[in-house]
Design a protein around this ligand. Sequence first.
Ligand code: ZN
Length: 247
Amino acid sequence: MRIGILGDIHSNLEALTAVVGMLESEGVDAWVQVGDIVGYGADPVPCIERVRELGCTVCLGNHDAAVVDFMPADYFNQYARAAIDWTRAALRPEDLDYLRGLPLKIETRDYSVVHGSLHLPAQFGYVFSTVEAAECLSEQRTRVAFVGHSHVPGAYMQREGGSLRDLDVVFESEFTTSIAGYSRVLLNVGSVGQPRDEDARAAGAIYDMERGTVQVLRTEYDIPTAQQKIRDAGLPSVLADRLALGV
Ligand code: ZN
């Protein structure tokens, strides 16, 4: 079983199309999406449709939550807030219903999914450090968990018999790492639609359960078209500019 994982799509259809194509060519049997399908970009409806067509297991992101008024807009900076208001008006009733129905956290036999952290999922905390990773791992009941939110890929791994204070960390823009010898693995899958690790390429991830590997892959995509759509929609131009920089 190979699971393809999509993080933080943010209404970027060009990036989503490229990442799905990349992961399909790698061969995946099931799909997971870690939240924030919408926000920032200009294609919220086609991105929701694509995620639904793929049959993704999906949890709720903070931008998804703000669009359906599950959390206050003053949590966000002015650019994110403008995009949330624009997105709310662009979505159809069925899209809003779909976002409203997403769970904050998912736990299957094989993995957990949450947008920010398994520690207080409704607060959408970030996992940026080993301290935050340890908080998240302490709530993790499955061997592997997938998160997004920071838009920066990486993995935090607790050795079998090892302590949460002494995690092994992978911090690369793309990597493949074996999970053999680790009792718990927290994978940040990076962002499809708005990477922030100074690598503008779109990210996607694979968990190969037979081989026991987690992987983050990158692909080029049509950034100029995604940028033009953002400008044409009247969204803040900074949201277009940043795509070329990967910030
Ligand atoms: Zn996000």
